[in-house]
Design a protein. Structure first.
Length: 134
């Protein structure tokens, strides 16, 4: 069982398996890659929504503070989460659960020195992470 299976299993129970795990990972990776402002913009979005403590913990070198599905939906907007899920053919609950499980890990792995590096090649870093998590 890989890290992706563990994360999604904890967040979603056994409702998502195999190919759906890869689909959820693709959703999360594409979301981070295409978010306006990249990782910094995403962290700012969580901060603006009142979840700055969690977002800062994902960037820092310490423990990641989890975010719930409801908190994630509030931060990103329930309609946005629902739209992402619909585009991927997934229910909103599955989408928010997967993003709540995966975004902290993705952001943490993309900021290994405890800070957002605007000069890094986000696409390459995300592709490398996809290999680690799958």
């Amino acid at each position: 069982m890989g890290l992706l299976d563990q994360l999604l299993g904890q967040a979603l129970g056994n409702t998502a398996a195999g190919q759906q795990h890869n689909q959820l990972l693709d959703l999360a990776v594409n979301f981070v890659q295409n978010y306006p402002g990249g990782v910094a913009g995403l962290v700012q979005q969580f901060t603006n929504a009142g979840y700055g403590g969690q977002a800062r913990s994902w960037v820092s070198t310490g423990e990641n503070v989890p975010i719930s599905q409801d908190e994630l939906s509030h931060a990103l907007g329930p309609r946005n989460v629902e739209s992402m899920g619909r585009q991927a053919g997934l229910p909103a609950q599955t989408t928010s659960g997967a993003l709540a499980a995966l975004l902290p890990v993705l952001i943490d792995q993309l900021t290994p020195k405890g800070q957002v590096d605007e000069r890094s090649d986000l696409a390459s870093a995300l592709n490398a992470l996809r290999g680690k998590l799958a």
